[in-house]
Design a protein around this ligand. Structure first.
Ligand code: PMP
Ligand code: GLN
Length: 375
């Protein structure tokens, strides 16, 4: 007996493991390989000698909660109540899981867009609820007509991911207006907005649910310090939600984790006094542009990338293999690991597309490009 009979080991685990086995350059799983900010390591070193090693309050270390409120106010001009509307989580993964467990009931339907990041489906199934996939358009914009057609009295939640992993697409003003119209028609539906790449956007700025008055009082927003501050291994993020939703989320959180690692909460709290989020987009834009330039004369075709630290490429000119086999051969024969995009689709749709993570130092990107250029 399995509660998740069709759930397989995450593709990120599979590809990172294989990259390690074959000593390949790992551009698969999304994590940076450059050193973290020295100011942050200095804070950790100092805090390690202080009295910060016991449980924090359940919802989070109070100074961190108030600094998250300030960050949301600074970034999105939204006032949130630190005590009632914010929850520090063990990464966005736990925030997403906990929100779904707390808010989705048995027999409910939850709309997920296709392709999607892999963290949404299993928590829905564990609620004995039904994930309903709605395909994005070919250019990865949401198809609001089809989303509306999928909504019914059974629909409890819609999950969006903006900026979008893996396609790098960001939602625009017209998308939010369509979403607002939809939410007016279906007053019971709540939104889970996965915004872990909120600060990693390029030409266009990301529009957050935090700025949408008509949506934010019915929405849970998931953020990740792992992505924002290049510390994915710390596993720390936060949720923002109106009190009536947060109350339910905290009921689950207290039995899933109770409280998040105290040292990392205190370190990020101090770090937020001295760090700016304003440069993150341009920092990664340089990496994106450099990686795209390095690949421009290869046989891989570069797809657009508006946000996230992922570059999707087509290998249509190189091979007819399915994308999973292509990625395996890429590791074994060429020493570079990527993620096959078919894994993000409910039915494994294979468009001969793969995803590279460009959150790497320049030497790594150059060596990867040198290998990819030869193919
Ligand atoms: N959502 C998306 C879209 C992601 O790409 C990731 C991976 N970082 C997560 C959620 C999980 O974030 P975290 O590492 O903070 O758990
Ligand atoms: N979010 C990361 C990615 O998309 C993976 C995180 C994980 O392995 N769970 O690559």
């Amino acid at each position: 007996m399995s509660k998740l009979p069709n759930t397989i080991t995450s593709i990120f685990t599979v590809m990172s493991k294989m990259a390690a086995e074959y000593n390949a350059i790992n551009l698969s799983q999304g994590f940076p390989n450059f050193p973290i900010d020295e100011k942050l390591t200095a804070i950790v070193a100092q805090l390690a000698n202080e009295d910060i090693h016991q449980y924090t309050p359940m919802a989070g270390y109070p100074p961190l909660l108030s600094k998250i409120a300030s960050l949301v106010a600074y970034s999105y001009q939204r006032t949130v109540q630190a005590e009632t509307e914010i929850l520090v989580t063990t990464g966005a993964t736990q925030g997403i899981f906990t929100s779904i467990q707390a808010l989705v009931e048995s027999e409910d339907e939850v709309i997920i867009l296709d392709p999607s990041y892999d963290s949404y489906e299993a928590p829905i199934l564990l609620c004995n609820a039904k994930p309903v996939r709605v395909a994005l358009n070919d250019d990865y914009t949401p198809n609001w007509e089809n989303i509306e057609a999928a909504c019914s009295a059974k629909t409890k939640m819609i999950i969006i991911n903006n900026p979008h992993n893996p396609t790098g697409k960001i939602l625009n003003e017209a998308d939010f207006e369509a979403l607002e119209t939809l939410f007016e028609k279906f007053p019971k539906i709540i939104l889970l907005s996965d915004e872990v790449y909120e600060y990693i956007t390029f030409e266009e700025k990301h529009i957050s649910i935090h700025t949408r008055e008509l949506l934010r009082n019915r929405a849970v927003v998931a953020s990740s310090f792992g992505k924002t501050f290049h510390i994915t291994g710390w596993k720390i993020g936060y949720l923002v939600a109106p009190e009536h939703l947060m109350k339910e989320i905290k009921k689950v959180h207290q039995f899933l984790v109770f409280s998040v690692n105290s040292l990392s909460q205190a370190a990020i709290s101090d770090y937020l006094d001295i760090v700016s989020v304003d440069e993150i987009g341009s920092f990664y834009q340089q990496k994106r542009d450099y990686f795209r330039q390095l690949l421009s004369k290869s046989r891989f075709k570069l797809m657009p990338c508006e946000g996230t630290y992922f570059q999707v490429v087509s290998y249509e000119a190189i091979s007819n293999e399915n994308d999973v086999d292509f990625c395996k051969h890429l590791i074994i024969e060429h020493g570079v690991a990527a993620i096959p995009i078919s894994n993000f689709y409910e039915k494994g749709k294979d468009l001969h597309l793969i995803r590279f993570c460009f959150a790497k130092d320049n030497a790594t990107l150059e060596e990867a490009a040198r290998r990819l250029y030869k193919i």
